[in-house]
Every structure is written in C-alpha cells, then in structure tokens.
Design a protein around this ligand. Structure first.
Ligand SMILES: [Zn+2]
Length: 302
C-alpha cells in the first residue's frame, strides 16, 4: 500500500456524492471529521464512535511522532460489507486497494470464539476477574465480552497506516506489530483509560495461556495464515510487553522505534545483530520481547 494510492482513494471519495444508493446499500458521509468518513446509514452511531477513535489515534500519533496520518475511513454494516469490502469475513479491518480503511460497524464474529477460548481455559477466578473488566459475552454467556475491546483496536490499524505512510521498514513482523501495539497502548493511555484496562486485563489473562502461544519464529513464518487463537495470543504477548514499556517509559520506546526504522534500508540482520541494535538504538524493553516469548514457552514446558 503506497501513500499515492491512499491519496487517490481520498480524491475519489471527495468527488463522490454525499449519499449513494446505487446498488451499494445506503452509505452516508460524516462531514464533521477532518478526514473522509463514509458509513452505512443504519450504523451511523457506530460510525461516529469508530471515526472519533480513529481521529484520536491520528492526533496522538501526530503529537508523539510528528507525522500526520492521512486517513479515509469506511464503516460498514453486514449488508454493505458484501458489496463494499475486499475481505470476505465480516468485521476484519483492511485497507482497500484504493487506500480506504474498511471497518465493520460490529466486531468480527471470531471475537466470540476468542472469548469462548478464554472462558474454557481460565480458572473460574481468573475468568471472573476478566469478566469484571469486560462484562460477559452475550453469545457464549461465560467468557469476556470483547466487543468494546475490538472497537479500540482501530488505533492499532491507524498505527499500521502511519508506519506505511512514513515508509517504516521493519526487518521483522514482530517489530511491525510491536509498533502498532505500542501505539495502541499510548493512544488508549491518553484518551481512554478504561479501554487500556480492558486491553491490559486480556493481555494479562493471555499470558497464563501460553501453551497455544506460537514461537516468534512461527509467528514470523505464518503471520496472516495462523489460526485466530495463536494469532491473538501472540498479539497479546507483544501488547503486554508494549504495556510494560509504556508504563515505565511512556512513549519513548515508540518514538525510538519510529526513528530507527524510518527510511532505513536494513537488511534482514541476524537475530543477534538485530537484538544488539534494538537494545542500543531503540530501547532495551523492545529488544527484550523475543526473550519474553521464549520465557513464556519455557514456563509452559516446566
Ligand atoms: Zn497489526
């Protein structure tokens, strides 16, 4: 995804009529935002909420990193998803070919399965602690209600957009996800403390379920094709590290991560060299993430 294609997408949207019913459901523009927002007419409230969150992420990242993320957002109902989205599964956030960020007005159904997994695997006490923060999922009646958390993850997606537009070149996928998850934590830390508590509670609970956590090598090799549970557990493990880094050093590791990989032409260095570079040029808390993964796996085997 290039910045050029994002600009083109924005231009196309600007030239579009405010309301369109040409076989595409009923989409409306929300003019109150400083970026393009198009929503399914039936999901105006969700569209407003999600666009506000996207705007907050854009503002916080601009203040922390000094770059303005160009943004064109589309929030879709299930009906409109079929005709407008480019990924078939409802609610899976993605960048369309024209650069627009496509988001479901409701979270993807897979979040109910994630909730169910936590419900079955956690001890009754740990499950009670988690549902005290999240509420109870109305579908399975046992696990945490992850719908509010899922909506906060728009900040993670805006961070990926920011990284792409700023031409960050991460030599490992886990670093790319570290950037997005650290940004998520920083945005929620500034704008939504309750949202940060939800993320933290799930990440802490996930850390006790390390038997389905992939190794970092598996995460690198299979990113995008992994099953939902190992994928979510890996993202939560990275988020937990980012949370620890943020709680001690605030946004400093994020700023250094951004600076170190901007316009960089690093080859895929050996892990040892990369670790040394991360510890000295980025932040020890970021360099420690592979060790945290390894420790979780060793803890599981013990
Ligand atoms: Zn990501």
């Amino acid at each position: 995804m290039t910045s050029e294609s994002i600009n083109q997408g924005a231009d196309r949207l600007r030239g579009a009529p405010a309301r369109t019913d040409q076989g595409m459901g009923s989409l409306v523009r929300l003019p109150e935002f400083p970026f393009d927002v198009t929503v399914s007419a039936s999901e105006r409230q969700a569209g407003l909420r999600i666009a506000r969150r996207a705007g907050a992420a854009q503002r916080v990242l601009n203040r922390i990193l000094g770059v303005e993320t160009r943004l064109s957002l589309v929030v879709l109902s299930r009906d409109d998803w079929r005709s407008q989205a480019e990924v078939s599964t409802y609610g899976v956030t993605h960048r369309a070919r024209d650069g627009r960020l496509i988001v479901g007005a409701e979270p993807a159904d897979a979040w109910h399965s994630v909730s169910d997994y936590f419900a079955h695997r956690l001890s009754p006490r740990a499950r009670a602690d988690l549902t005290a923060v999240h509420g109870v999922d109305p579908t399975n009646g046992r696990g945490p209600d992850l719908r509010a958390l899922a909506e906060t993850l728009i900040a993670h997606e805006i961070a990926h957009l920011c990284a792409t537009q700023s031409r960050l070149a991460f030599p490992r996928r886990w670093l790319e996800e570290t950037f997005a998850n650290h940004a998520l934590v920083a945005v929620l830390g500034e704008t939504d403390p309750a949202g940060l508590r939800r993320v933290r509670a799930l990440a802490d609970a996930g850390a006790t379920l390390a038997d389905a956590l992939p190794t970092l090598a598996e995460f690198e090799a299979n990113f995008g094709s992994m099953d939902v549970i190992p994928s979510v557990l890996a993202e939560l493990a990275i988020t937990r590290s980012a949370y620890v880094a943020y709680s001690v050093y605030q946004a400093q590791p994020l700023v250094r991560l951004f600076a170190a990989f901007r316009n960089s032409r690093l080859s895929r260095d050996a892990d040892y060299e990369l670790g040394r570079m991360l510890a000295t040029r980025v932040h020890p808390s970021i360099a420690a993430i592979p060790l945290r993964f390894a420790c979780a796996r060793v803890g599981r085997a013990a």
